[in-house]
Design a protein around this ligand. Structure first.
Ligand code: MN
Length: 501
């Protein structure tokens, strides 16, 4: 079980100037508030607060967030009021706690009321991302301890986690958390499918892991010979749920899944990633069409890495991922690491302005901290804010657009100039046209996909280059509404038809 001492130790390691006393104070306050309360598992309630706080410390979040996480259930589960909390901990922390409480009241049911409440979730999200991060840490612990709950509750919470919180984690670029949450829900939401998967992968998994250890030795020696510094080289097993989804696309044929276990190489510099890729391809031939440069073209959630799949000399096919430490941090912790890095950068800049010793700077720093990364920098937040401005005729419509545009799997397509746009799966050239510009959508006459003319209703595929041809006299057609996927395209087409009818 985590303790407050352990959390403080972790925080001091990455935030030596943070006011850690506030964490201790929050702990004491929460301990007293939850006194005598037990979790269904029989543990003291405070253990749940500590678990959430430790997760946030692992993500290297600021002291306010960690203090707020210790207090996150205090308003709903004890007699303590918001006013008392404000008096005790100030505006910032009490606002975070209040935000978490608001999200807690939202129960995902896919009904009218849920849609309304969901909007509040989005608002809270856009207002302060740290609220969402606390909620995710809270949910992670609840998922880990789900086994003790009654069956009905298990299913509801797991489903909500799978359909709402895991996609949010993904959107925030928190790949590791997304995978963890999905895997925790899998046996509850799809018990039979889960068992089926476990049966399929068991032996194969062990065999491939064994082989990778062998391949790793060969490769490590080669890279070191070229004087490239390796921070870490390890194998990583694909998360179960995403593996299952991939298997469904490959007729459950495990032989076609090359990244069941992948080799991951962490280096220090961007250039080294490409050098290592060269070394690998000199050693083993790559599978055509499977080299992915997410460094030059990051995924929309910020993910960066080089991926390649190679034939090794033993005739085995393995996937290798190459990235720098910073890319690795970002891939695992997403927006949380963005926070950390910006704060570090801000701090260093700030310290450079002053040369006096640190104990003299500290009060200044605390009084006037360097700017935090603003939400505005992050594109998904912009997307959230856009929804706020959109008009929806009914809560269902809002919910539907949310589900399709936000939570469904995305595809990534290019303009001929190389700009990347992400669209929901199943989106068509018309959706793309409206995403690029409403005028282009309104005057769309045809589309070329990878250089070839294509019907406008054809769903786009990942990685395609889409060129929209426009004509001045072309107009949106009622028929388009039958196949467009994004809310954006639908509302623009409807608006045009209404205006011109
Ligand atoms: Mn909680």
């Amino acid at each position: 079980m985590p303790t407050v001492q352990r959390i403080l130790k972790k925080v001091k390691k990455y935030d030596s100037l943070g006011d850690t006393a506030i964490i201790q104070k929050a702990y004491d306050f929460a301990l007293k508030g939850h006194q005598g309360q037990k979790r269904i598992s029989g543990e003291d309630y405070i253990s749940h607060c500590l678990a959430a706080a430790e997760t946030l410390a692992d993500w290297k979040l600021d002291v306010e967030t960690i203090a707020a996480s210790l207090l996150h259930d205090i308003l709903d589960d004890t007699q303590i009021t918001l006013k008392e909390l404000k008096n005790e901990f100030g505006e910032n922390i009490s606002k975070l706690v209040e935000g978490v409480g608001k999200i807690d009241k939202i129960k995902y049911q896919g009904q009218e009321r849920a849609a309304e409440n969901f909007r509040k979730l989005i608002l809270a999200t856009a207002e302060d991302i740290r609220v969402v991060l606390i909620k995710l840490a809270d949910r992670l612990h609840n998922m880990k301890t789900l086994a003790v709950l009654p069956k009905e509750k298990q299913k509801r919470i797991a489903l909500e986690t799978l359909e709402i919180y895991a996609p949010i984690a993904n959107r925030l670029g928190m790949g590791e958390l997304k995978g963890q949450l999905e895997d925790l829900t899998f046996p509850y939401v799809y018990p039979k499918k889960y068992q089926q998967l476990i049966n399929i992968i068991k032996e194969e998994y062990e065999e491939r892991e064994k082989y990778l250890i062998k391949a790793r030795g060969t490769l490590e020696a080669k890279i070191k010979k070229e004087k490239i510094e390796i921070v870490d080289i390890h194998s990583r097993a694909k998360h179960q749920y995403s593996l299952y989804k991939k298997l469904l696309r490959y007729d459950m044929d495990l032989d076609k899944i090359y990244d069941l276990v992948a080799l991951r190489i962490i280096v220090t510099k961007d250039e080294d990633c490409y050098t290592v890729l060269g070394i690998i391809h000199k050693l083993w031939k790559p599978l055509p069409g499977r080299i992915k440069d997410y460094i030059a073209l990051p995924k929309p959630n910020g993910y960066q890495s080089l991926h390649t799949t190679v034939f090794t000399l033993d005739g085995k096919i393995i996937e290798i991922q190459i990235r720098t430490s910073k890319m690795h941090q970002k891939a695992e912790y997403g927006i949380a690491s963005h926070w950390y890095y910006s704060e570090q950068k801000g701090l260093i800049k700030y310290l450079q302005k002053f040369l006096p010793p640190i104990h003299q700077i500290m009060p200044i720093y605390q009084k006037n901290p360097p700017p935090r990364p603003t939400d505005k920098d992050i594109s998904w937040v912009k997307e959230l804010q856009k929804w706020q401005e959109e008009k929806f005729n009914s809560p269902e419509e809002f919910f539907k657009s949310l589900k399709i545009d936000f939570f469904k799997d995305r595809i990534f397509v290019f303009t001929p100039k190389g700009d990347v746009f992400d669209l929901p799966e199943g989106a068509t050239a018309i959706d793309f046209a409206y995403r690029v510009h409403s005028e282009i959508g309104d005057h769309c006459a045809g589309a070329k996909i990878d250089g070839k003319l294509c019907p406008l209703n054809k769903p786009l595929q990942n990685g395609q280059i889409v060129e929209i041809m426009t004509q001045k006299n072309k107009k949106p057609s009622q028929d388009w509404l039958k196949f467009v996927k994004t809310h954006e395209a639908k509302s623009r087409i409807r608006a045009w038809l209404k205006k011109h009818s």
